[in-house]
Write a protein that binds this ligand. Structure first.
Ligand SMILES: [Mg+2]
Length: 392
């Protein structure tokens, strides 16, 4: 533990509402209707008696924020609630995880990727994760496969050189026959139009082993980089798919772990050669099925490093999460490719970061290297029972 953190006492915790906007309507996936045009989320800002500041995404894309939690930080030394070699010391307060990392980085004059050990990559591979079922949504004006190709072109021009395509149009949105056929057509069309890019697919657990094998047969020449959440992870199904991939598309990995992760099972699957990429979420939020968190990731890394794990922290939803995941993968070894969310986040200056030729370049700035300019202040008086209620 660094002594400097003990010279700072937390005097103020501010809470803000911030808006993010996608570049377009983001449509359906295998289990959820339109993902809309963006989101609103909560940010925490922490200020010490020495005037040091840190800020970060709070827990809660879709949940009720209880700002009474702020009291548990007030008048504490930073060293009482945070250790730069571990992360947050009160793991039941994940809402301050990013803000305390940022604060400690600012106090120590240390970019977070250096705090994490600086043993990852200097430029972080990123992929475009915004390609949803926009061929079939919105219902009033579905865009067809041409819309998906336009969206990939937008991502290409933005700087991505890898695309993750959602698959699993059946059974929720299309018949098995039509949906699986469309999944194949979309995959093949993107491969044809973007020959220099990697392609991943994500089924959000909507497939069965037999349907996935048929899909793999139909795209075996595409050279998929990974198949994500083909179905709920289990040893038997993963073995059957891995066996089939070894015959038809041997380099394709299986990626999983974003939903309700069971670390012992995931590590077992990795050691058996079945799981290829760990994808627990970079954000901690116990009200979300896909939550894991930054400090839990840091705590898991010694075990993951010892098995040579490939990693890609789940970052869906917010560009902020992509930047946190990129810092993580610049600090810790094992990155495969980081999930790149493209949005305009109001009130946040990301200008230290750049995406070029499929790689994200990080700033040599303390903390997470992003400046918080403005958010809508939220106080306890704004909400009944001092609880901030958010709409899904
Ligand atoms: Mg996913």
């Amino acid at each position: 533990m660094n002594q400097e953190l003990s010279y700072h006492t937390i005097r103020t915790v501010n809470t803000y509402k911030v808006r993010s906007r996608f570049p377009r309507l983001v449509g359906k996936n295998a289990f959820r209707n339109e993902h809309a045009f963006g989101d609103e989320f909560v940010v925490k800002e922490i200020i010490t008696d020495q005037g040091a500041k840190g800020w970060g995404l709070a827990s809660g894309l879709f949940y009720h924020q209880d700002i009474r939690e702020d009291d548990r930080l007030l008048n504490k030394k930073v060293s009482e609630v945070f250790d730069e070699s571990i992360g947050i010391l009160q793991e039941d307060l994940p809402t301050f995880d990013f803000a305390l990392h940022d604060l400690a980085g600012n106090i120590l004059g240390l970019p977070c990727f250096r705090m994490f050990g600086d043993r990852g990559v200097q430029s972080v591979p990123v992929y475009d994760t915004l390609i949803y079922f926009d061929d079939i949504s919105p219902d009033t004006n579905p865009g067809g496969i041409a819309r998906i190709l336009e969206e990939c072109q937008y991502g290409y021009d933005y700087g991505y050189r890898a695309f993750k395509l959602k698959i699993g149009r059946a059974p929720l949105w299309m018949s098995l026959e039509e949906g699986d056929k469309r999944d194949i057509e979309v995959t093949r069309a993107v491969r044809e139009h973007f020959p220099d890019c990697e392609i991943m697919v994500d089924a959000n657990d909507a497939y069965t082993v037999d349907r996935m094998k048929a899909y793999v047969d139909a795209v075996s020449d595409v050279g998929l980089y990974w198949i994500e959440e083909p179905f709920r992870e289990n040893e038997k199904s993963f073995s059957l798919l891995r066996e089939h991939l070894d015959k038809k598309s041997p380099k394709t990995l299986i990626a999983d772990g974003e939903t309700d992760p069971d670390m012992d099972l995931l590590i077992h699957l990795y050691q058996k050669g079945l799981l290829g990429v760990f994808q627990m979420d970079i954000q901690g939020d116990h009200s979300l099925g896909h939550a894991f968190g930054l400090t839990p990731w840091r705590r898991a890394m010694p075990r993951l490093e010892s098995i040579g794990a490939r990693i890609s922290p789940h970052a869906w939803g917010l560009k902020l999460k992509t930047h946190y995941a990129a810092q993580f993968c610049a600090g810790y070894p094992g990155v495969s490719c980081v999930e790149g969310v493209t949005d305009t986040t109001e009130g946040v200056d990301f200008s230290g970061y750049q995406i070029r030729n499929g790689k994200m370049y990080l700033p040599e700035k303390p903390g997470f290297g992003m400046d918080f300019i403005w958010g809508m202040p939220i106080t306890g008086e704004d909400c009944e029972s001092k609880t901030i209620c958010r709409q899904v």
